[in-house]
Design a protein around this ligand. Structure first.
Ligand code: SAM
Length: 249
């Protein structure tokens, strides 16, 4: 008997990423996101911003108006690059995601919103960031989300894009082998106990003198659920008191 061919799958999302370091995005071909691409659920296209510079040095930046240190990415180069991506529009325009430490925080809820869009375009800044007129201009042409992955400053948007794309891709139908596992994750809507998942264990039952909590081997699913909810609440209170509502046990 031959192996059954996999069920045909439809494209769930197109992602375009514009960057001056497209090689930085090579991990998008690995693991879960790479598999989603190979199975046809996800189409990721990378674009070199420098390909849209007009001088022979392929310059993408210039000194900031008003003075100050560092360089700012030029709006004209970004405009050419984004126009060429947007020109590939089939029906509805994409959501343009601009990673920046001064953006709205990236959360599970934001990942879910973005996972509902069929087309995302990421604009990776470097240096002091992208000339603000780029975001102003494209707000007239599509939804623009300026998003921060945390209260830290990275050297460029590429690492932020890797984080966001992985978080978004795992929410797309068909991407996770077992979609139920996402429902148990930290920050999943309706998590019992608190926003964070508690500790997890596997074989062997005793490792270096440390035993797995007996309740997990009891076979009593009700007790296991109660224990997990309590662990989740304890961990959430300890690690993220800012997220724990007062009535969590
Ligand atoms: N001058 C900017 C500021 O203080 O807001 C920081 C620019 S940062 C050195 C260069 C680029 O890295 C940004 O344009 C953005 O693409 C990316 N980046 C840095 N930190 C980030 C963060 N926390 N979240 C998302 N992107 C970030």
């Amino acid at each position: 008997m031959g192996t059954e061919p996999p069920d045909p799958v439809g494209l769930e999302m197109r992602i375009d990423v514009v960057s001056i370091f497209v090689d930085y995005l090579a991990p998008l071909n690995l693991s879960l996101v790479g598999r989603a691409q190979r199975s046809g659920l996800l189409d990721v296209q990378l674009h070199d911003l420098r390909g849209h510079a007009t001088d022979r040095h392929r310059t993408v930046d210039d000194s900031p108006y008003g003075g100050g240190p560092g360089m700012v990415m030029r709006p004209d180069v970004w405009g050419e690059a984004l126009d060429s991506v947007l020109a590939q529009a089939s029906e509805s325009p994409p959501v343009l995601v601009v990673p920046t430490p001064s953006g709205e925080p990236f959360t599970a809820a934001v990942a879910e919103e973005l996972a509902g869009s069929g087309w995302l375009v990421f604009a990776c800044g470097r240096y002091e960031g992208i000339d603000a007129r780029v975001m102003t201009h494209y707000r007239d042409r599509c939804e623009v989300r300026e998003i921060s992955i945390g209260d830290v400053v990275l050297a460029g948007g590429e690492a932020a894009v890797l984080v966001m794309v992985e978080a978004i891709a795992r929410l797309l139908p068909g991407v996770l082998g077992n979609p139920a596992s996402a429902a148990d994750d930290s920050f999943a809507p309706g998590r019992a106990g608190g926003p964070l998942e508690g500790p997890v264990y596997t074989r062997p039952p005793v490792w270096r003198g440390l035993s797995v909590p007996p309740v997990l081997m009891s076979g009593d699913h009700g007790e296991v659920s109660r224990w997990r909810a309590q662990e989740s609440a304890d961990r959430s209170r300890a690690m993220r008191p800012d997220l724990v509502p007062p009535d969590v046990p």
